[in-house]
Write a protein that binds this ligand. Structure first.
Ligand code: NAD
Length: 422
């Protein structure tokens, strides 16, 4: 059902990324020369990924790796396997990674990768051959000191393990730090799997504190019940918030008294979808975004809230666990309505923050316990939230613009100090 909303009001995500950059650069009165240097991707690789399917037939998939910036450190960003992946989407996601790493102040630039494919229709063998062939194709670009991939939509710790193994086989020795989001047994970090949802949760706690909304009893609706959405939902549930609705790509479900999230997670693990969960009624997918609630968490894909439905959003807080779920037109509408938006480059930055911790642990061959990871994550997220909130309040700009101003100004400053290669 959401597909209908997405199709009728589709906005090219790269145009959104450029528009938001221009708004931030204008608000910062940024020098034109610096704009010219930091706005667009530094490097774009498009690859052809031939895969032998189980039938014996060879199918060719399109793949991409985009490095938007290496100004503040090695490029960093996830890999998406999804039927709707396009080069412009990957460029947008890489651009957002640059500002995101700067907002949480970790020493990385921004990158993203993707393959246009439908992993739900592929066997494990086909997925492994696709992942290894794609890894080989982007091999010249990646490495712990150059560009470090991670999971994103429909990519998993297992896929990261195959990429790490393919890279290592080519080098002739194990290179743990080439990807993050790996299984724990292969140099992954404790807490990485939960980090995006946990980081989102910390920013919502800070927002509730700022707005005087008690978390206990707050009604929460979560669109997208994957890594980011399900873990955030579980933390809200544990904090005695009431998660009244959740959705995945097949169904949206609702229970006014609250869904039992641990049971819902077990149901999804067992059946592969939210469909058929007892004690909940099925609602239209687009209705979830318009529910009367305190906290709305879009945790699926881009273009969920557009100028077509933003007027009808009734949440007090919109926490962008997904990348790019709210278009710039919808931003303006939500802002006028007084909705408090936690922008994606802040709200979902917990994932890349713990990816950074994983990379540090791999490079040092010294691993931290989970409590250590989580308390460091909390410190980073709360500090970043307060940095963005300060700009929002001091400059009287939206939280989106405040976050973009913070990210862009840090990259601009690093660029200014590094100077221009003649
Ligand atoms: P995932 O593959 O684990 O889960 C995606 C979920 O979205 C699935 O439950 C899927 O069914 C659902 N979904 C897909 N299309 C939908 C639709 N039209 N309506 C409702 N649900 C839909 O992916 P993820 O890692 O949780 O990523 C989700 C979002 O979070 C993406 O925007 C991603 O870029 C962003 N993100 C993820 C991470 C991370 O560490 N995984 C970090 C930062 C940002």
């Amino acid at each position: 059902m959401l597909a209908t909303v997405t199709q009728t009001s589709f906005k090219n995500p790269y145009e959104v990324a450029l528009e938001n950059f221009d708004l931030a650069a204008n608000a910062l009165d940024l020098d034109e020369n610096i704009r010219a240097m930091i706005k667009c991707p530094e490097r774009i690789l498009q690859v052809s990924v031939p895969v032998r399917m189980d039938t014996g037939k060879i199918v060719r998939f399109e793949g991409y790796r985009v490095q938007h910036s290496t100004t503040r450190g090695p490029a960093k960003g996830g890999i998406r396997f999804h039927p709707n992946v396009t080069l412009d989407e990957v460029k947008a996601l890489a651009t957002w990674m640059t500002w995101k790493c700067a907002v949480v102040n970790i020493p990385f630039g921004g990158a993203k990768g993707g393959v246009t494919c439908n992993p739900k229709r592929m066997s494990m063998g086909e997925l492994e051959r696709l992942s290894r062939r794609y890894a080989t194709s982007i091999l010249p670009l990646i490495g712990p000191e150059k560009d470090i991939p991670a999971p994103d939509v429909y990519t998993t710790p297992q896929i990261m393990a195959w990429i790490m193994d393919t890279f290592s086989m080519n080098k002739g020795y194990p290179v743990m730090g080439v990807v993050t989001g790996k299984p724990i047994s292969l140099g992954g970090s404790l807490g990485r799997h939960e980090a995006t949802g946990r980081g989102c949760y910390y920013t919502v706690l800070s927002s509730c504190q700022h707005l005087g909304i008690p978390v206990k009893g707050a009604r929460v609706a979560v669109q997208g019940f994957g890594n980011a959405g399900s873990i955030a939902a579980n933390l809200f549930h544990a904090a005695e918030a009431v998660v009244i609705a959740a959705s995945d790509s097949t169904v949206a479900i609702y229970n006014r008294a609250g869904l039992d999230i641990p049971k819902l997670i077990a149901h999804k693990e067992r059946t592969g979808s939210l469909r058929g969960f007892p004690d909940a009624e099925v609602i239209p997918a687009e209705a979830l975004l318009l529910l009367d609630c305190e906290i709305l968490v879009p945790a699926a894909l881009e273009n969920a809230i557009t100028e077509e439905n933003a007027h009808s959003v009734r949440a007090r807080i919109v926490a962008e666990a997904a990348n790019g779920p709210v278009t710039p037109e919808a931003d303006r509408i939500l802002d006028q309505k007084g909705v408090f938006l936690i922008p994606d480059i802040l709200c979902n930055a917990g994932g890349v923050t713990v990816s950074y911790f994983e990379w540090v642990q791999d490079e040092n061959h010294l691993f931290w316990d989970e409590q250590d990871v989580n308390s460091r994550l909390e410190r980073v997220m709360v500090r970043a939230f307060n940095d963005v909130l300060k700009i929002h309040l001091d400059r009287k700009v939206s939280m989106r613009l405040a976050a973009n101003m913070l990210g862009v100004s840090r990259v601009a400053e690093a660029n200014r100090i590094r100077g221009l290669y003649p």
